[in-house]
Design a protein around this ligand. Structure first.
Ligand code: PEP
Ligand code: MG
Length: 887
């Protein structure tokens, strides 16, 4: 029997592995901390074999000898009138969760109460008796209930109610103890429920409590029909008090700053105080030199052991510091997590694999976007729910039109006013991109994750929230019973996990800083485990995003959407003019102007991306996105036309616009189909690419363009676009001929380039074997491929997705998580394409690219890369590294 009681607290507890099962979760915790040689309170564990057959008579000698050891260590004595040893009993089942709260202050009997009062005063001592009684009466109440002893249960409940009212708890931390006489009365009423010796003999009291706990455990086992199955051990430890005279106190702290991860203790010390309830406290770093040193040693050992920030509670009693407990911390930031991991890595406590696997890819969103400081929004009116288009947090004044936000922005610049703006529109179009760029975030109600507003917001690092239940009328939005008017300040909080929220008012935001936050260091580490076999590219259409993506670990550009280059204010009217031109002559004139602009953009991108592949997608503009939608846009376009010497009446302009109108523009005249009708458009773009490439090359830049044609349906289309065609007097000038012409003009060696295609239609996936005869690479445009495979409009699906989810008809949003049939098509295309062209390169550039599940599929399916928006690049890299490390 002796071997079944385990003493701990001397830094050398030895428990055989096969006994660890018998000491319960809390017992194992105590032993582990003891092994770390931390200043934990000593104690002993009565293991589950003994506790279930607990016989106080037989156990008395062992109990007494262990208590003797505790008395010696604490220099106190059980039941003493001078310096009494008080104890706590912790029930320690094998599971982390325990139904039994610990019982404190055991040993408080008449003589020892006198001794205790000398150290802590009358009031506190009586309070602690209440605490002891509450603990034991809780057990008694459960026993009475299981024994169906109604009368006893009632008496216990009556006393418990009074005790509950009198003690100070977290909920009742401002509460004051009633006068001593009242307290004594409550205590004496309670004691009537116990045998006489309970309040007189400390050892009897301990034994009695142990017996009652055993009784309860057995009754519960009986009730559950599990007699003899007890896995519950009992842990006995001394109590210490932070109000035990002058050199005493209590404290709690995090091992580091839980927001920044800075290695400074973050917490509070309560001098000469039992605990934090109702006390002010001081910075924990201000405790005496001797103790701060010990706390730092505790911090180092705990972080080394648990490899994360932990929260620690300690007590100093009479100048002796004791570690009371340590726990995981909820609500610490990812930045802090990363800092700890990088420090532990530098100290060789953990290896790369441990550090990389400890951060969830999606957690990085926290470092890439501002986050709401949740303490700053208490009391704000708020509306929760909606579809997360782009995560992060944004504050600003609401405007309902692009013109409105532009005016507000200009005014703010002119007057030094507030440039924090939020765009609120049903949906956005090409014209509104500049408004998205000017805003901190977009609140919309049409579409979802792959809607224009969300895609553009992600691209520009803005926040996007889609609230399908929002109604916009003029300059007013209504969501439920909340109304937002133009000029109101709101906060969009779109977390990666959990529900998004709109707060009415301005929250405090915590701004991201990739360097400070440790993100760049993490990226550097992660990149060691991302190989040439499978890597990440970025969807970027300007040099600034490309540059940032490189810092985030992108290996080239996987999708440069050239139509996005026309979104800027001074370019959009030129573009409109081009698509609304009356004839080829007029179109070519405008195209020449656009060419100068595009050439400059390509040149800048090539320079940033020197030595890395840049996949440029030729124009894929669903034309309706570019049409003027509002009166202001129409006026601006007319003004432009007039300045270009083109005077059109309203009806002439209407007529041109109507000519382009389509019933179903997403399946209409878009992508490479435009180039079949208007070859001069791609010709301009191809010339611009090669002119820019030769210019950059001559300056020593290593240029690696990959030209990509969108929305290919069959091999004939790509063959025409690449090789050109002569038929019945008609000539189509293909890409190769244009590139040759530019090269001859540049008087330069050829640029090493590739030509490939997007696979966005089921027909293209199935016909991949033929198509790859003319395409050196495939990039799966899974936004359109999902849309066309499932026949679901990417812009309208969210309106009825909830019904589908309700009836379990789909597994998640197919515009975020690849649908199984889309995956099947990708596999078919890779297989058929590679059979024709064994060195076919394949990637995925839809909005699915940063999701770890999709990435895993792409790796397994043999793709070479995923391409995603700039702020998703670190997330995708981390997911890949984790998968590589798990192999
Ligand atoms: C796609 O369809 O997945 C794609 C990347 O192209 P876009 O989103 O521009 O249509
Ligand atoms: Mg597409």
């Amino acid at each position: 029997m002796k071997s079944s009681i385990h003493f701990f607290g001397e830094g050398k507890t030895k428990i055989q592995d096969n006994c660890l099962e018998n000491i319960g979760y809390r017992g194992r915790q105590a032993v582990a901390l003891d092994k770390m040689k931390l200043p934990i309170l000593p104690g002993f564990i009565i293991d589950s074999e003994v506790s279930s057959t607990f016989d106080s008579k037989k156990l008395e000698p062992v109990l007494k000898s262990n208590l003797g050891k505790l008395e010696k260590k604490l220099n106190k004595e059980l039941g003493s009138k001078e310096n009494p040893l008080l104890l706590k009993v912790v029930v320690s089942p094998n599971l982390q969760f325990s139904n039994y709260p610990p019982i404190h202050n055991i040993g408080l009997v008449e003589p020892s109460l006198e001794g205790f009062i000398k150290h802590v005063g009358d009031n506190f001592a009586l309070h602690e008796v209440h605490f002891l009684l509450r603990g034991v009466l809780d057990i008694e109440a459960k026993i009475a209930e299981l024994e169906s002893n109604e009368d006893r249960l009632k008496s216990i409940s009556d006393v418990l109610k009074i005790i509950e009212k009198q003690i100070i708890t977290e909920e009742n931390s401002d509460g004051k103890m009633p006068p001593a006489a009242t307290q004594k009365k409550t205590i004496s009423n309670a004691l009537e429920l116990f045998p006489d010796e309970f309040s007189k003999d400390a050892f009897f009291q301990l034994n009695y409590i142990l017996e009652r706990i055993k009784c309860l455990i057995q009754l519960e086992e009986k009730a559950e029909g599990a007699i003899g199955d007890s896995e519950t051990a009992l842990l006995i430890q001394p109590m210490v008090y932070g109000n035990y005279g002058k050199n005493s106190g209590s404290g709690l702290f995090f091992t580091r700053n839980i927001v920044t991860g800075e290695k400074v203790l973050q917490g509070t010390f309560f001098k000469e105080t039992f605990n934090e309830l109702g006390s002010e406290g001081m910075d924990v770093n201000k405790v005496s030199k001797k103790h701060i040193q010990t706390l730092k040693e505790i911090r180092d050992k705990i972080e080394k052991e648990f490899k994360e920030i932990r929260s620690i509670r300690f007590t100093i009693e009479d100048d002796n510091l004791w570690l009371i407990d340590q726990r995981p911390v909820h609500g610490k930031s990812t930045r802090a997590d990363i800092r700890v991991l990088l420090d532990l890595l530098a100290d060789k406590v953990i290896d790369d694999k441990y550090a990389i696997n400890s951060i969830k890819p999606s957690q990085l969103n926290e470092l890439l976007h501002p986050m709401v400081d949740t303490t700053s929004v208490k009391g704000f009116k708020s509306i929760t729910g909606g579809i997360s288009g782009a995560p992060g947090s944004a504050i600003g004044k609401v405007y309902f039109t692009t013109e409105g936000i532009t005016e507000a922005y200009k005014e703010a610049v002119k007057t030094g006013g507030d440039k924090n703006l939020i765009l609120c529109m049903a949906a956005t179009y090409a014209d509104d991109v500049k408004a998205v760029e000017m805003s901190n975030g977009v609140l919309s109600c049409e579409g979802g994750y792959s809607a224009h507003a969300s895609v553009v917001a992600r691209q520009y690092g803005k926040v996007s929230l889609v609230k399908p239940d929002m109604k916009i009328t003029g300059k007013k939005a209504t969501i439920g019973n909340v109304t937002i008017k133009e000029g109101d300040y709101i906060t969009l909080d779109v977390p990666y996990y959990g529900d998004p929220t709109v707060y009415l008012g301005t929250a405090d935001l915590i701004e991201p800083d990739p360097k400070e936050s440790g993100l760049l260091d993490l990226v550097a580490l992660v990149k060691k485990y991302v190989t040439d076999d499978f890597f990440v590219r970025v969807n970027a259409d300007n040099a600034k995003s490309a540059d940032l993506a490189l810092k985030f670990g992108a290996e080239g550009i996987g999708l440069c959407r050239t139509e996005h280059m026309f979104f800027q204010e001074e370019r959009i009217n030129l573009f409109r003019h081009m698509i609304l031109a009356e004839d080829k002559k007029e179109r070519v004139k405008v195209l020449n102007k656009l060419k100068t602009i595009q050439k400059k953009d390509f040149y800048e991108i090539f320079k940033v991306m020197s030595g890395k592949e840049v996949t440029i997608r030729l124009l894929d503009a669903p034309l309706h996105e570019f049409m003027p939608h509002t009166k202001e846009q129409l006026d601006s376009f007319k003004e432009y036309l007039t300045s270009a010497g083109i005077n059109l009446t309203k009806s002439q302009l209407d007529e041109r616009t109507q000519r382009l109108e389509e019933v179903n523009p997403m399946l209409g005249h878009r992508g490479s189909r435009i180039a079949v009708s208007y070859p001069e458009i791609y010709e301009m773009q191809i010339s611009a690419i090669f002119e820019a490439a030769h210019k950059a090359k001559k300056e020593g830049v290593e240029v690696l363009p990959e030209i990509m044609v969108p929305l290919i349906m069959n091999s004939n289309e790509i063959k025409l676009l690449v090789f050109g065609k002569k038929i019945e007097g008609l000539t189509y000038k293909g890409l190769l001929e244009v590139s040759d012409e530019v090269q001859t003009k540049a008087g330069d060696d050829p640029i090493p380039f590739k030509v490939g295609t997007m696979i966005e239609l089921p027909a293209a996936a199935v016909g991949a074997g033929e198509i790859s005869k003319y395409a050196q690479f495939f990039s799966f445009g899974t936004n359109d491929l999902t849309q066309t495979t499932l026949g679901l409009s990417r812009d309208d699906f969210n309106a009825f997705m909830p019904d589908y989810t309700q009836f379990d008809l789909i597994e998640g949003n197919p515009f975020q998580k690849l649908d199984s049939n889309v995956k099947e098509l990708i596999k078919i295309a890779v297989r058929r394409g590679s059979l024709t062209r064994p060195d076919l390169k394949t990637g995925l550039c839809g909005e699915h690219g940063a999701n770890p599940d999709n990435i895993k599929f792409c790796m397994d399916a043999g793709l070479n890369y995923v391409s995603c928006s700039v702020y998703s690049v670190p997330i995708a890299n981390l997911a890949i590294a984790q998968m590589n490390l798990s192999e």
